[in-house]
Design a protein around this ligand. Structure first.
Ligand SMILES: [Zn+2]
Length: 99
């Protein structure tokens, strides 16, 4: 009574309207300045009929964020405040003997 068929998410191809977009792992190529970046195992949707490719939006956004050298970094340099090194204190946890 159970459906043994694997119902993976599929999309109709927006290009040929006849093929089915299937999720595949491809190697994504992109240029970062003069450097060619290759990203293996990149999630993409590939049409099984015309070969139309669509990349995962979230993956692209994440990749752009990773490739952007200014992403997640403050624009200005952080000044290093003169701090005196303090030795770490060992915190001992009292162990209860009852058990
Ligand atoms: Zn297609």
């Amino acid at each position: 009574m159970t459906h043994s068929q694997d119902t993976s998410a599929t999309l109709p191809c927006p290009e040929c309207q006849a093929g089915i977009m299937r999720q595949r792992s491809i190697t994504y190529f992109t240029w970062l300045g003069e450097e060619l970046i290759t990203v293996p195992n990149f999630p993409a949707w590939v049409c099984d009929l015309c070969g139309h490719r669509e990349y995962d939006e979230r993956a692209i956004a994440m990749l752009n964020m990773l490739l952007n050298p200014e992403a997640g970094k403050p624009a200005r340099r952080i000044k290093r405040a003169p701090q005196s090194d303090q030795p770490k204190r060992n915190t001992t946890h009292p162990r209860s003997t009852s058990g």
